[in-house]
Design a protein around this ligand. Structure first.
Ligand SMILES: Nc1ncnc2c1ncn2[C@@H]1O[C@H](COP(=O)(O)OP(=O)(O)O)[C@@H](O)[C@H]1O
Ligand SMILES: [Mg+2]
Length: 269
């Protein structure tokens, strides 16, 4: 009897401890996933990246050794004084440029290891860009501007315009589809640019001073729109801005000074 009881007690203990072990392991996995270990949620990474420009005899160190990781679901705001290297950093993250040293990695792919053509395909298919000056083509309608990245690819014109209509609807501009840029307000032009950035359903949306040419009300509209884009496991947004109010829309604020990260902190809401 006594022996059996001992056996059943020790069996129960084993079961309890293995259940506890499994629970701990699961918790570990969840923490790892949240932190982006093992590549879960990893989107953009810089490893000690530098960028030096040479003009004649003069060299400028625009980025001087930045390590940074952006995960899916994040809306990272980058702030810093003019000339501190923010745009250069964004170009490195968006495969528009490659580092002078260090590494830039997009979804685990080393950008330097790719050819120019591979990088341009990656940008076309997986990254959406929004710039301060909207960069819309004046001779194309809003719908054609949005559809342009797809029209340059292999898909048909009709499918491209249908997708453009969806994206214009998403930014609240379905009724402006046939308007030309000079018939739109600044806020509307930037919303068209956001729709264009979304047309290929990108994994990363990179914005360089997207509210730089807008008044306060239009800036807020654009920031609200951008803040809805990140999705855990799917999409991240990175925005360079001068506007301290802009940072309140993000989930994380990275401060840059003289080509280096000065601070990197979560934004409290
Ligand atoms: N293509 C380039 N050629 C030479 N110098 C450049 C180039 N792009 C940027 N720079 C220099 O690099 C520094 C950082 O520029 P940038 O990244 O544009 O800063 P920010 O966006 O923070 O204003 C500046 O000193 C700028 O003049
Ligand atoms: Mg800049």
């Amino acid at each position: 009897m006594g022996e059996r009881r001992v056996c059943s007690v020790s069996f129960r203990r084993d079961a309890e401890s293995s259940e506890r072990g499994a629970r701990l392991a699961l918790r570990g996995l969840r923490v790892a996933a949240k932190r982006g270990l093992w590549g879960v949620g990893r989107m953009l990474e810089l490893f000690d990246a530098t960028k030096t420009y040479t003009q004649g005899r003069r060299t400028v160190s625009a980025v001087r050794g930045v390590s940074l990781r952006v995960n899916t679901g994040e809306f990272v705001t980058i702030m810093g004084p003019s000339g501190s290297g923010k745009s250069t950093l964004m170009h490195l993250m968006g495969a528009l440029d490659t580092p002078s040293s260090g590494r830039a990695v997009f979804q685990g792919q080393d950008l330097q290891a790719m050819s120019d053509r591979q990088r341009s395909i990656l940008r076309r298919d997986r990254i959406g860009f929004v710039f301060q000056a909207f960069n819309l083509l004046p001779t194309l309608t809003a719908a054609e501007n949005v559809a342009l990245p797809l029209l340059l690819g292999r898909g048909g014109r009709r499918a491209a315009l249908a997708r453009a209509a969806e994206c214009l609807d998403k930014v609240g501009l379905a009724h402006r589809a046939e308007h030309f840029p000079d018939e739109l307000s600044g806020g509307e032009m930037q919303r068209v640019a956001v729709a264009r950035a979304l047309v290929a359903d990108p994994d990363a949306v990179l914005c360089d001073e997207p509210t730089g040419n807008l008044d306060t009300a239009n800036s807020r509209d654009i920031l609200t729109l951008l803040s809805k884009l990140p999705e855990p496991g799917k999409r991240a947004v990175v925005m360079v801005t001068h506007d301290p109010a802009g940072a309140t829309y993000g989930t994380r604020l990275v401060k840059i000074r003289d080509g280096l990260v000065e601070a990197d902190e979560a934004v409290r809401r």
